[in-house]
Ligand binder design. Structure first.
Ligand code: FDA
Length: 299
């Protein structure tokens, strides 16, 4: 990322919320479930699969956590009714992880059971490193109890990740987006890439179903190389990308015959997610400048 963009990223928390909302609108389906359904219908029509995320990591009490779980039940029902090709992605903090492990477990289990009854699947997103151990524990507990329609996420920037691979049945592999200390996380761009490739190889070797979640051309190339070398059948992997990021590259992967899933967030709690997306947009300074000029000219 260029120097100016890095400087702007540091100033992002000072950017007024309406500007953040405008700039990040491409990353979010909209505030309502209808918005998410509209986006997923369009993705499916373009032969892309989806995973729907109810934005809600800023919850503060058990009722809000149960309400998020309730929204996931609504999402699963609508996917079913409309016959859409989408699963769901959940954040454990949204389901109450920071309030009470058992509350979170109950909420997660209810969503997983509902998804199973509808022939659907639940992915647990991975959040910051304070949650890694508990997230993997909850995933393993539910899988041990027979909930096989459940997957988890590993982050290649964490030094521990290669050791977490053994035994995991269904994994989305991403670089990782939270700010972590160097003692536990690789900070160097090339080190993160190298660890991503190591972890992907280990996952493929042990037969894990893997979601290759990246927009990084180098990593897409490495994944394609691995897929060819291991003659991986389409049901063993899929590419995954975020709504609003490199859609043309996604089109190309689909045209080349790969399964591809788009992460579709919706909801009213858009701020935290939007800030993370803007922080990694390599053209952030330009967008902020254009937005500012646009408003000045508009005035
Ligand atoms: P990188 O950041 O190097 O981006 C590669 C290229 O993609 C950039 O050069 C640019 O062209 C483009 N690009 C990337 N981000 C952009 C943006 N916001 N706007 C415009 N262009 C952009 N993380 C996590 O910690 N836990 C999780 O559960 C998940 N879940 C998840 C699901 C899916 C489907 C994806 C694709 C990603 C995640 N992530 C995640 C986020 C992930 O960890 C990472 O932060 C982003 O994917 C960016 O990393 P890349 O591998 O794309 O590389």
């Amino acid at each position: 990322m260029a120097l100016l963009d890095r400087a702007i990223v540091r100033l992002l928390p000072a950017v007024p919320k309406p500007v953040v909302q405008r700039l990040s609108s491409r990353y979010i389906a909209g505030p309502t479930l209808d918005d998410a359904m509209r986006v997923v219908r369009a993705l499916n029509a373009a032969r892309k699969l989806a995973t729907i995320d109810v934005l809600g990591e800023e919850i503060t009490n058990a009722d809000e956590a149960r309400a998020i779980a309730g929204q996931y039940h609504d999402v699963l029902a609508r996917i079913d009714e409309e016959g859409l090709d989408s699963n769901v992605s959940v954040k454990l903090t949204g389901l109450g992880l920071e309030l009470d492990y058992d509350l979170c477990r109950d909420n997660l289990e209810s969503v997983v059971v509902d998804a199973h009854a509808r022939g659907n699947f639940v992915r647990i997103d991975m959040e910051d490193s304070s949650t890694t151990e508990r997230t993997l524990q909850l995933y393993r507990e539910l899988r041990r109890e027979g909930h096989e329609n459940l997957g988890v996420v590993l982050q290649a920037y964490l030094r521990r990740t290669l050791d977490d691979v053994p035994g995991l049945g269904n994994v989305r592999l991403c670089k990782g987006i939270y700010v972590e200390p160097p003692a536990i996380a690789y900070r160097d761009f090339d080190e993160v890439r190298a660890n991503y490739v190591r972890c992907l190889e280990a996952l493929v070797d042990q037969g894990t179903h893997v979601g290759i979640a990246t927009h990084d051309e180098y990593l897409i190339g490495q994944a394609l190389r691995l897929i060819r070398a291991a003659a991986l059948p389409p049901e063993r992997y899929e590419f995954q990308m975020l709504l609003g990021v490199r859609p043309e590259r996604a089109d190309q992967l689909v045209a080349d015959g790969h399964r591809l899933r788009i992460y579709v967030p919706y909801g009213t709690h858009w701020y935290e997610y939007s800030m993370r997306r803007l922080q990694e947009n390599p053209k952030i300074a330009g967008y902020i400048a254009a937005d500012t000029v646009g408003r000045l000219v508009g005035r």
